[in-house]
Write a protein that binds this ligand. Sequence first.
Ligand SMILES: Cc1cc2nc3c(=O)[nH]c(=O)nc-3n(C[C@H](O)[C@H](O)[C@H](O)COP(=O)(O)OP(=O)(O)OC[C@H]3O[C@@H](n4cnc5c(N)ncnc54)[C@H](O)[C@@H]3O)c2cc1C
Ligand SMILES: *[C@@H]1O[C@H](CO)[C@@H](O)[C@H](O)[C@H]1NC(C)=O
Ligand SMILES: *[C@@H]1O[C@H](CO)[C@@H](O)[C@H](O)[C@H]1NC(C)=O
Ligand SMILES: *[C@@H]1O[C@H](CO)[C@@H](O)[C@H](O)[C@H]1NC(C)=O
Ligand SMILES: *[C@@H]1O[C@H](CO)[C@@H](O)[C@H](O)[C@H]1NC(C)=O
Ligand SMILES: *[C@@H]1O[C@H](CO)[C@@H](O)[C@H](O)[C@H]1NC(C)=O
Ligand SMILES: *[C@@H]1O[C@H](CO)[C@@H](O)[C@H](O)[C@H]1NC(C)=O
Ligand SMILES: *[C@@H]1O[C@H](CO)[C@@H](O)[C@H](O)[C@H]1NC(C)=O
Ligand SMILES: *[C@@H]1O[C@H](CO)[C@@H](O)[C@H](O)[C@H]1NC(C)=O
Length: 476
Amino acid sequence: MEILRLKKFSLLSILLLLSITSWRVTATSDNLHGDFLQCLLSYSQPSHPISQAIFTPKNSSYSSVLQAYIRNLRFNTTSTPKPLLIITALHESHIQTAIICARKHGLQMKIRSGGHNYEGISYVSEVPFFVLDMFNLRFIDVDIKNETAWVRLEQPWENFTIAFLKKAKLMASQLGFVLQWALVVTLVFNLVRVPETVTVFRVRRTLEENATEIVDQWQHVVERLPQELFIRLGLDVVNSTQTGKKTVRATFISLFLGDSHKLLSIMNESLPKLGLVQSDCIETSWVQSVLFWTHFPVGTPEEILLDRTPQSLTFYKIKSDYVKKPIPKDGLDFIWKRMIELERPTMAFNPYGGRMAEIPSTAVPFPHRAGNIWKIQYSADWNEPGDDAANRYINATRKLYNYMTPFVSKNPREAFFNYIDLDLGINHNGKDSYVEGKAYGIKYFLGNFNRLVKIKTEVDPENFFRNEQSIPVIFY
Ligand SMILES: Cc1cc2nc3c(=O)[nH]c(=O)nc-3n(C[C@H](O)[C@H](O)[C@H](O)COP(=O)(O)OP(=O)(O)OC[C@H]3O[C@@H](n4cnc5c(N)ncnc54)[C@H](O)[C@@H]3O)c2cc1C
Ligand SMILES: *[C@@H]1O[C@H](CO)[C@@H](O)[C@H](O)[C@H]1NC(C)=O
Ligand SMILES: *[C@@H]1O[C@H](CO)[C@@H](O)[C@H](O)[C@H]1NC(C)=O
Ligand SMILES: *[C@@H]1O[C@H](CO)[C@@H](O)[C@H](O)[C@H]1NC(C)=O
Ligand SMILES: *[C@@H]1O[C@H](CO)[C@@H](O)[C@H](O)[C@H]1NC(C)=O
Ligand SMILES: *[C@@H]1O[C@H](CO)[C@@H](O)[C@H](O)[C@H]1NC(C)=O
Ligand SMILES: *[C@@H]1O[C@H](CO)[C@@H](O)[C@H](O)[C@H]1NC(C)=O
Ligand SMILES: *[C@@H]1O[C@H](CO)[C@@H](O)[C@H](O)[C@H]1NC(C)=O
Ligand SMILES: *[C@@H]1O[C@H](CO)[C@@H](O)[C@H](O)[C@H]1NC(C)=O
């Protein structure tokens, strides 16, 4: 959930480089791959040879490097377009070289960090492309005095960091500004103090256990809960205790920055219908609460957070929405019926309010502030490979999204950029790019969209940094 603030001078070095290398040739030659590779090698600095960072399909680890950060199995098929090569940047000079040569050869560059993009756009493209893989942007340096954490390409600080986190009384916060069109080389997180003891719970109620009443109470109080309390609501379809019947299950998952005694008293006052009791509550440290949210048992050694191999991977489709007023009870009943019909797609309701609502909607590109009670994440995941299963579950997810139309934001129907959804429109980055970009851009950025276009046009007029849903430039 963190939004990252950018270290301005690192970005500047890249932009400066863009402005002094203004030549550009269109790729036509079959030998593009060889020429591009030669270009990379010829710009390499002896102190930081780029060859150590280049993986072509001829290198035996090309596939494993590519697959290491594929997080959605829909983009791990034999028909998924593959990059000409992968550059796993080990040094800033590798990034500069990649940009110089990509511009020279008119080649699409895809940038990948964690690979969590829901639509795979950090490592898939319909045109010839290469991947600039930033997974080495991982070395963390905590500046306790200034309450910041710096993330860089170099220096092995990992052990220091995990040692720090164990004693941590801080958590990374969402602050600052992400430039949407450029390349992030260094990240700065602002840290926020947290108490030594926090409390978490995960409580489930089906329709037979009064889920409708509890959800209704949740939606009326959640915006006004104290800032220390976050309660996410998950909704999925499960077997009912009556054989052969399905029911909807509401799961309330919470982090409270305080002890269970205080939490129980707040819950008793604000959300008594949930019937939270002491035995539902787990008191732990903040870093352990991260494990809890990730479905590791509390008490698991924190080092597991350094493990980059996911517990499991699935095929999935995600969509998003914003809710500005509580859903009437007959609306909830309608939604439960449709969910039971569709069965697979789930919803997560992530409450807003609190700090989210205090920041003006024009302060950073992210605009969904005061007035939003919660954000919906629609999600279907599956394990069966092939187009049939994919079409079935993607269709089901779109149907649920359509059923929700009366209950969510309109004109525009807003969406969350982190839950990227290519159903909202695709940019071909040609002459219609502004109109194409506006279709999804207004949903993700509301009134900030045109400001982003203006800045984008100033800093990257050639639209070098582009993808299926990037900020477009205005052509003059
Ligand atoms: C399991 C899972 C859980 C998630 N949970 C949450 C959540 O709780 N809250 C939330 O808000 N989101 C969540 N997300 C969404 C996630 O935050 C976004 O998909 C985010 O963009 C992922 O960043 P990444 O670096 O891993 O992805 P990538 O796919 O590597 O990159 C995402 C986008 O950023 C670009 N990019 C990558 N690196 C750079 C760089 N160095 N400079 C410039 N551009 C770059 C890519 O080209 C791509 O367009 C989740 C995703 C997954 C898969
Ligand atoms: C990939 O193969 C090329 C050619 O053999 C070699 O120069 C390069 O160093 C290899 N890449 C890595 C990361 O080993
Ligand atoms: C991705 O595809 C490759 C090649 O088919 C396969 O070997 C690998 O196991 C797949 N990854 C996952 C996580 O299923
Ligand atoms: C801490 O912040 C101050 C003011 O912003 C700055 O001058 C100082 O260099 C920072 N310290 C470190 C170690 O970065
Ligand atoms: C981190 O610690 C582990 C074991 O404690 C050690 O094996 C590893 O080399 C250390 N890594 C770094 C980068 O210092
Ligand atoms: C559901 O609500 C009714 C009436 O308020 C109550 O009697 C019953 O105990 C509740 N059921 C559960 C499982 O909480
Ligand atoms: C739910 O019920 C179906 C049969 O109606 C059964 O096949 C399935 O295994 C059940 N699922 C679980 C999680 O019990
Ligand atoms: C819950 O609230 C009721 C009245 O609102 C009060 O009587 C009761 O003591 C409270 N229970 C706890 C555990 O705080
Ligand atoms: C999914 O929807 C598309 C278009 O709406 C339709 O052509 C296709 O048949 C549907 N597939 C399934 C499996 O429902």
